[in-house]
Structure formats: C-alpha cells, structure tokens
Design a protein around this ligand. Structure first.
Ligand SMILES: *[C@@H]1O[C@H](CO)[C@@H](O)[C@H](O)[C@H]1NC(C)=O
Length: 219
C-alpha cells in the first residue's frame, strides 16, 4: 500500500470518528457549562472551569411571561438556547414557549438539528408535519390543553391557534441549539434573493407571482 493511500485511509478514519463524536455524545463529566470566552472552537462550546460554575448557569427566568403577538404572524416565540442557558451545553436539549393570538401561526419551518415534543398549556392548536419526498404525507391534528404532539427530526412542521382565545404551547427540542429554517423566509427572503426564474420553475408559477412573494422581504 502506497504512503498516499495510507494517508487517505487515516484521514477518512479521522473524519468519520469526528462525525460520530460531533453528534452531542453521552457526557464524559457531570456537566460542561459553555465557556463563551474560550477561543477554542469545537462542536458546541468548551467547558467552563467547574469551580466557576453556579446554579445561575443552569437557570433562565421569564418563560411564564406572555409574548407580544401583535405582529403579522400573530405569534411570539421565546426560545432560550445554550446562549441564554450555558448549562445546556452538550446536553442535547432545550425548551421553547410560543404565544398565539387567535389565528396566529408559527409558519412551516424545520429544525436542522432537533426533534421536538410540544404540549398545549392553553387554547386549541392545529399542528402538523410533512414527511420527506416522494410521499410528502401530512400528519396533522387539533390539540387541546394538555395534549402532546411530536415532530420528528428535521421535518417541516407548523402550528396555528384555531381557538377563539389566546393559546400557549411549550416544547422541548433535542438540541442545545436546534436552529430554525422558516421555509418562506429561506426560499423567498434569502439575501441576496434566489433568482426569480429558479423559483418560477420550482413552483411552476409566473415570475410576477414570485416577485409578489419576494416583495415583503425586500422592504
Ligand atoms: C406589542 O407590539 C406592538 C407592535 O410592535 C406594539 O405596538 C405594542 O406596544 C406592544 N405591546 C406591548 C404590551 O408591549
């Protein structure tokens, strides 16, 4: 075997090992509170010296406070991630509260790094997710107070308040930093915009309609 072959093999093994380790592995210590000051870059954050760790690193205040839903979507998302709760670092979990005005929506979106389980605290909420190509099957349900619904890893999902009063949900996600890709924002509101002809072909519509869909993002 040539030395270049050995080098390639070695690199492959190193790359694969990193990929396995990169997915929020089982902890090797009690906790690894994020050290935002460290210059070392890893997948997540390096660990703060455990002697400096206090209860505050695991604490966040205010998830009982209703969000302001006076906006075009009629919803408000309060999503403390590892940046707000440094103790979440490496735990592979986080939480989110959503408030909804009547008819308020969390528009179709996906979390590139997480599955989600959602509970309705108040109100009546329509939820759904769509499976991947080629089936694109919709799984949907109207949830009432106390109902729980799971959104599988990475799939497109949405929520809407279909009741007459305000609604509140709380959810847990399987990442310290789940990320959000709002489909409409990504497709029609990218910066710079995706070429209108690409979108016209993709959606099988006229350029005028693509321009209309892109317009709100160009303000
Ligand atoms: C809610 O947001 C709207 C729109 O930004 C603003 O006019 C209003 O004052 C806010 N309400 C509260 C209670 O902050």
């Amino acid at each position: 075997m040539g030395s270049s072959m050995i080098l390639i093999l070695t690199l492959t093994i190193i790359t694969c090992t990193n990929l396995v380790l990169a997915h929020e592995p089982s902890p090797l210590q009690d906790f690894c509170v994020a050290d935002f000051k460290s210059r070392v870059r890893v997948n997540g954050f390096t660990c703060l010296d455990s002697k400096q760790v206090t209860a505050d690193h695991f604490h966040f205040r205010g998830l009982h406070i209703p969000g302001n839903t006076s906006n075009p979507l009629g919803s408000f998302v309060n999503r403390p991630t590892v940046l707000e709760i440094p103790g979440l670092n490496t735990l592979g979990i986080s939480t989110v509260r959503v408030d909804y005005a009547p008819r308020g929506v969390v528009p179709p979106h996906r979390h590139p790094r997480a599955a989600e389980v959602l509970t309705v605290l108040e109100g009546t909420v329509l939820v759904g997710f769509v499976t991947s190509d080629p089936e694109n099957k919709l799984f949907s349900k109207v949830l009432r107070r106390g109902d729980v619904f799971a959104f599988p890893f990475g799939l497109i999902h949405f929520q809407q308040n279909v009741g007459e009063n305000d609604a509140v949900t709380i959810a847990f996600l399987s990442s310290q930093n789940p990320g959000v890709i709002a489909i409409a924002n990504a497709v029609f509101g990218s910066n710079p915009p995706i070429n209108a002809d690409v979108l016209a072909k993709a959606f099988q519509v006229e350029h005028d309609l693509v321009n209309k869909l892109q317009a709100p993002y160009k303000l």
